[in-house]
Write a protein that binds this ligand. Structure first.
Ligand code: NAD
Length: 695
C-alpha cells in the first residue's frame, strides 16, 4: 500500500538479495512479516538471485512469534508454510544473526540453509519458559544439526552466545565487522555449496541411544516439579531422533497445540507480560528523573546488607558497606567474598570477574565520610524502629542535600522512619529479599511523602543492580509478607484439625512451591515469628508449643521437622505428639483433610488479603502481586500467582469458599473482602479490573 512501510524490506547487492525484517525493536514474526518473507523468497527466485541473506533491522534478528497473536484465529501464511518455502528454496538462504534470535526467530534461522552470526548474539529456544514447546520445527531441526545437545538447549530454554552455537554446530560462522556485508560476502562465497535440500531435513540422526536419552531427559527435567512444558520438549525432541521429519513435526505440533492452550502456559505468559508491566509506574510524572548514582552506600553489612552490596558490585556499581566495628565489617566483607568464591569454585564466575566485582566493594566504619560521598544510601541494620530513626537522623545530616535515603525494612513504617529526617520526600523503602544477591524481587515502598525523584531513583537503581522493582504502598508487611502472614491462622487450624506439617508441605510442593510453608518457617527460624507474635500480643498454639520445645528450625536441627547433618528434613514424632496433645486439650476433633481443602485454606487467605491490598491502594494492579510472588516467594510461575489462581477458580467460587471457611473455622479474616464481593457480583476478575489503581 502506498506510503506504508513494508515489514520486510527487499534490497539487492548485485546477485545477492537481502530480506530485512523491519518490525523493530524485536522483529516478532507477525502476520505481515510472515507474508513479506514469503513474497521476498518468491521475488528473489523470479529475479534469479544467487543467494538470499535474511537479516533483522535494529538491534535484533528476531525474538520469535508474536505472542499477542496466540489464541486468535491464525492468519496465513503460517510459520511452517514460510519456513518450508525457505527450506525448499533452490536459492540458498543465509540467516545473518545479531542481538537475539530466540524462539520462532531461531526456528526461522534454522529453516535457512546456513547461519552466520555477530559475536555475542544470543540464540535459543526459550518456549519452555512460556509453557509450551518450539512449534515451528525447532525441536526437529536443531537435533538434526547438533544431536543430543539440542535436548539440553530446548528443555532448559536458556539461550547461548553465537560463539557457543558455532562450537555446537548450529551457527556456521561468527563473523566480524558489519554483519550485513559479512553475511553477503559469506553467502556469495558459499552459494555453490550443497545446501539444497537442507541437510537437517533429510538426514536421519545416527546413533540414537534410548537409555542415554532417557537418562539425560530425567536429569534435565528433575527440577521442573509439576511443570508440563519440559516434558513436552522431551517428547518432541525424542521424535526427532526416532521418527521421520514429517512425523516429528506432527508430534511437535501436537505438543505445541496442547500446551499453548493449557493453563500453565497462560500462567507463564501472564507472569512474562506482568513483569514488563509491573516495573512501569503509571502515575510517575513523565519528567521524573532518577538521581545519578555512581556510588551506593549500604548501612549494615549483615545478611541483607552484604547481599545488596554484592548485587551492586555484580552489576558494576561501586558500593561501600558501613559497619559499626572493624570486626563486624570484616565479617560482612568476608561473607561476600566467600559467596563469590563459591561461584568461582563451581565455575559460574571467572577469577577475573570475581576480582572486578571485589574491587567495586569497599567497607568502612567512618559513617559520616562514606555517607557524605554517597549518591544513594540503603539502610539494612537491625529491624528496630528506634535504631532506624536514629540512623536516618544521622544519614540526613551526613548525606548531601538531594540524596535519596532508602530503608530495607521488612515491617516498619517508611513514614515513621522518614519523619526522623528533614527530607521525608527523599525517603523510600527498598525491600530486598533473602538471599539479596540472588532474589530478583525488590518491593520499593512509596511513603506518603516520597517524591518522584525518590521513586524514580529506587526504580532505576533497582533495575541497574539486576532486580525487578515493583512499587507498593506503605503498610505492615507491604505486599508479599503481608499476604503470606495471613496463611498462619489457617495453617495452625489445619494442624489442629487433622494435618501434620508434612501433609501441608506435600500439598503445597505438589502444587509447585519451591518449599512448603512449614519447611520455610524452619529455614527462616521459628523464633522470628514467635518474636513478632510476642510484640503483637497474638498467639499460635502449635507454633508457640514447637518453639517452647526448643525447636527453632534448621538452626537447632529441629523445628516442624527433624533435620539430619545434611539438613535433610524428616517428619518429627515429637511435633506429632505436640500437635495431638494440643488438639486434645483444645478439644478439636481430628479428621482426614483432603488435599484440595489444604490447598484452598492455605491459598485463599492470601487471595483475600491481596484483594484488600488492591482496595487500599497498596499495589497498582493484581498482576503486580502475582509478579511479586513469582519472583520473591518461590511461587511457581507456571501457576501464575495467587490472583491468577483466584481468577481461574472464578471469583464467585472464591467468594463462596471464603465465606464457607470463615464460617466453618470461625476465622473472621476469611470474610470475603469487599472487592471480591463486588467482582463476584459483577462477574468480573482481577485481571479484567479497570486500572491501574493508585498507590
Ligand atoms: P543482620 O543482623 O544480619 O545485619 C544487621 C547488620 O547491621 C549487623 O551486621 C550490624 O552490625 C549492623 N548495624 C547495626 N547498627 C548499625 C549502625 N548503626 N551502623 C552500621 N551498621 C549497623 O540483619 P539482616 O537480616 O541483614 O536485616 C537487616 C534489615 O533487613 C532489617 O531491617 C530486616 O528487617 C531487613 N530484611 C531482612 C530480611 C531477611 O530475610 N533477613 C529480608 C528482608 C528485609
Amino acid at each position: 500500500m502506498a506510503g506504508e512501510q513494508p515489514f520486510v524490506e527487499h534490497a539487492r547487492d548485485g546477485d545477492v538479495h537481502v530480506l530485512r525484517i523491519a518490525n523493530a525493536p524485536v522483529n516478532t514474526l507477525r502476520t505481515e512479516v510472515r507474508a513479506g518473507l514469503l513474497d521476498g523468497i518468491k521475488a528473489a527466485a523470479r529475479e534469479g538471485a544467487r543467494a538470499i541473506v535474511l537479516i533483522g533491522s535494529g538491534r535484533n534478528f528476531s525474538a520469535g512469534a508474536e505472542m499477542t497473536e496466540f489464541g486468535k484465529p491464525r492468519k496465513p501464511p503460517s510459520l511452517p508454510e514460510v519456513f518450508d518455502a525457505i527450506e525448499q528454496s533452490k536459492i540458498p538462504v543465509v540467516a545473518a544473526i545479531h542481538g537475539n534470535a530466540l524462539g520462532g526467530g531461531l526456528e526461522l534461522a534454522l529453516a535457512c540453509h546456513a547461519r552466520v552470526a555477530a559475536p555475542g548474539a544470543q540464540v535459543g529456544l526459550p518456549e519452555v519458559k512460556r509453557g509450551f514447546v518450539p512449534g515451528a520445527g525447532g525441536t526437529q531441526r536443531l537435533p538434526r544439526l547438533i544431536g543430543m545437545e539440542a535436548l539440553r538447549l530446548i528443555v532448559s530454554g536458556d539461550p547461548v552466545p553465537s560463539e557457543e552455537a558455532a562450537k555446537l554446530g548450529f551457527v556456521d560462522a561468527v563473523v566480524q565487522g558489519d554483519l550485513e556485508h559479512a553475511a553477503i560476502a559469506w553467502a556469495r562465497q558459499h552459494a555453490g555449496d550443497k545446501f539444497v535440500l537442507a541437510k537437517h531435513r533429510t538426514d536421519r540422526i545416527a546413533g540414537y541411544d534410548a537409555a542415554k536419552f532417557d537418562e539425560a531427559a530425567k536429569k534435565l527435567t528433575a527440577r521442573s516439579r509439576g511443570q508440563d512444558s519440559p516434558k513436552g520438549c522431551v517428547e518432541s525432541v525424542r521424535a526427532a531422533f526416532t521418527q521421520s521429519f514429517e512425523d516429528g513435526l506432527n508430534v511437535e505440533r501436537e505438543q505445541f497445540t496442547r500446551l499453548v492452550q493449557g493453563e500453565q502456559s497462560q500462567a507463564l505468559r501472564h507472569i512474562f507480560f506482568g513483569e514488563r508491566e509491573a516495573v512501569r509506574i503509571p502515575d510517575l510524572p513523565a519528567d521524573a528523573k532518577s538521581a545519578t548514582v555512581n556510588k551506593l552506600v549500604v548501612i549494615g553489612g549483615g545478611t541483607m546488607g552484604g547481599g545488596i552490596a554484592m548485587s551492586a558490585a555484580n552489576n558494576g556499581l561501586p558500593v561501600t558497606i558501613v559497619e559499626t566495628s572493624e570486626e563486624a565489617l570484616q565479617k560482612g566483607l568476608a561473607r561476600c567474598e566467600a559467596n563469590w568464591q563459591r561461584s568461582v569454585g563451581s565455575g559460574r564466575l571467572t577469577q577475573a570477574e570475581y576480582e572486578k566485582r571485589r574491587a567495586l566493594l569497599t567497607g568502612t566504619t567512618d559513617f559520616d565520610k562514606a555517607v557524605g560521598e554517597a549518591d544513594l544510601v540503603i539502610e539494612a541494620v537491625y529491624e528496630n524502629m528506634a535504631v532506624k530513626k536514629e540512623i536516618f537522623a544521622r544519614l540526613d545530616k551526613a548525606a548531601r542535600p538531594g540524596v535519596v535515603l532508602a530503608s530495607n525494612t521488612s515491617t516498619l513504617s517508611i513514614d515513621e522512619i522518614a519523619s526522623a529526617t528533614q527530607r521525608p520526600e527523599l525517603v523510600v523503602g527498598m525491600h530486598f529479599f533473602s538471599p539479596a544477591n540472588v532474589m530478583r524481587l525488590l518491593e520499593n515502598v512509596k511513603g506518603s511523602k516520597s517524591n518522584p525523584t525518590a521513586i524514580a531513583t529506587a526504580t532505576e537503581v533497582g533495575k541497574r543492580i539486576g532486580k525487578l522493582p515493583v512499587l507498593v504502598g506503605n503498610c505492615d508487611g507491604f505486599v508479599g509478607n503481608r499476604m503470606t502472614g495471613k496463611r498462619g491462622p489457617q495453617i495452625e487450624k489445619l494442624l489442629l484439625e487433622g494435618c501434620l506439617p508434612q501433609d501441608i508441605d506435600r500439598v503445597m510442593e505438589a502444587y509447585g512451591m519451591a518449599m512448603g510453608p512449614l519447611a520455610t518457617g524452619d529455614l527462616a527460624g521459628l523464633d522470628i515469628g514467635a518474636a513478632v507474635r510476642k510484640a503483637r500480643g497474638t498467639v499460635a498454639p502449635v507454633a508457640d508449643a514447637v518453639v517452647a520445645a526448643g525447636r527453632l528450625g534448621q538452626k537447632t536441627s529441629k523445628g516442624y521437622y527433624d533435620y539430619d547433618e545434611n539438613r535433610k528434613r524428616m517428619p518429627s514424632k515429637e511435633v506429632e505428639a505436640i500437635i495431638l496433645d494440643l488438639a486434645e486439650k483444645m478439644q478439636v476433633r481430628r479428621r482426614k483433610i483432603d488435599d484440595q481443602e489444604i490447598l484452598e485454606r492455605v491459598l485463599l487467605p492470601m487471595v483475600n488479603e491481596g484483594a484488600r491490598i488492591l482496595e487500599e491502594g497498596i499495589a497498582y494492579r493484581a498482576v503486580d502481586i502475582d509478579v511479586i510472588f513469582a519472583n520473591g516467594f518461590g511461587w511457581p510461575a507456571f501457576r501464575g500467582g495467587p490472583m491468577f489462581f483466584a481468577d481461574r477458580l472464578g471469583l464467585k467460587a472464591v467468594r463462596d469458599k471464603l465465606a464457607h471457611y470463615a464460617e466453618a473455622t470461625g476465622d473472621r479474616n476469611l470474610q470475603p473482602a469487599a472487592l471480591i464481593e463486588t467482582l463476584a457480583k459483577e462477574g468480573g476478575s482481577f485481571a479484567a479490573m479497570k486500572g491501574p489503581g493508585k498507590v
